[in-house]
Design a protein around this ligand. Structure first.
Ligand SMILES: [Ca+2]
Ligand SMILES: [Ca+2]
Length: 245
């Protein structure tokens, strides 16, 4: 009997049209159907809940604040002590005398400068260095001649007192086409001890290498070579004469 029921139900299931009987409505046992087509993916799920707070961070470095504004000006100090009494003022006559003295001094200075410039203009060549003038007429002679020539002109034999003055002398020598120029330095009084013509120590020298050498024991005067180096020479040798004013 049971076998017959199963066969009947199989027939019923194979029937395609019209009559549909559900397993529940019939007394037939149910059978697995043909697998359907897989469905589409579902919508994304909802966002998850917020996580728990993380652990506390490390303590920050010490901050540096900006400089504050300057404070207010302090209260004024107490007044100072009364000053000493001033010297009595000059009388009208004193003021005039002081003015006259100043004017006389100014006039003398200007007159002296004019006198020098007047002398300078009397020479064929001159060069200015600081407040001095180096002058020459192109004369050639021994030391004695040079000394007299300069003295007669109200001047002295040239003697450079600095590197600058030595350079200016070189430039004048070039203009004179001179090999040597006498300068006012001598060791006539004490061998090897050169002084100026007022017996004062020299403040500047520019001796050539191995000079002064007192060659042949007969060199007590001094001359500057055209390159600017100094040499002790025989006072009787004849070289260009340059004076200073
Ligand atoms: Ca000498
Ligand atoms: Ca020499």
């Amino acid at each position: 009997m049971a076998l017959l029921k199963h066969q009947l139900c199989a027939v019923l299931l194979m029937m395609e049209s019209g009559l549909i009987l559900s397993a529940s409505e019939s007394s037939c046992p149910s059978y697995a159907g043909v697998p359907g087509i897989p469905g589409n993916n579902g919508s994304p799920g909802r966002d998850g809940r917020d996580g728990f707070p993380g652990p506390k961070g490390e303590k920050g470095d010490l901050g540096i604040g900006a400089q504050g504004p300057p404070g207010k000006i302090g209260p004024p100090g107490a007044p100072g002590h009364k000053g000493d009494r001033g010297s009595p003022g000059l009388s009208g006559t004193d003021v005039q005398n002081a003015l006259v003295t100043q004017l006389r001094s100014d006039v003398k200075h200007l007159t002296d400068r004019l006198t020098v410039i007047d002398k300078v203009l009397g020479f064929r060549m001159f060069k200015k260095v600081g407040q001095k003038y180096y002058v020459s007429d192109g004369l050639v002679g021994n030391f004695e001649t040079a000394q007299k020539f300069c003295s007669d002109a109200g001047a002295k034999i040239v003697l450079p007192r600095s590197e600058d003055e030595n350079k200016v002398l070189i430039s004048l020598q070039e203009a004179l086409e001179s090999t040597y120029v006498h300068v006012g330095a001598t060791d006539a009084k004490k061998e090897g001890h050169f002084v100026d013509l007022s017996d004062q120590p020299l403040t500047f020298t520019n001796w050539k290498e191995k000079e002064p050498n007192d060659y042949n024991g007969a060199e007590d005067c001094t001359a500057v070579y055209k390159t600017g180096v100094w040499n002790d020479i025989n006072c009787n040798s004849k070289w260009h004469v340059v004076c200073e004013l």
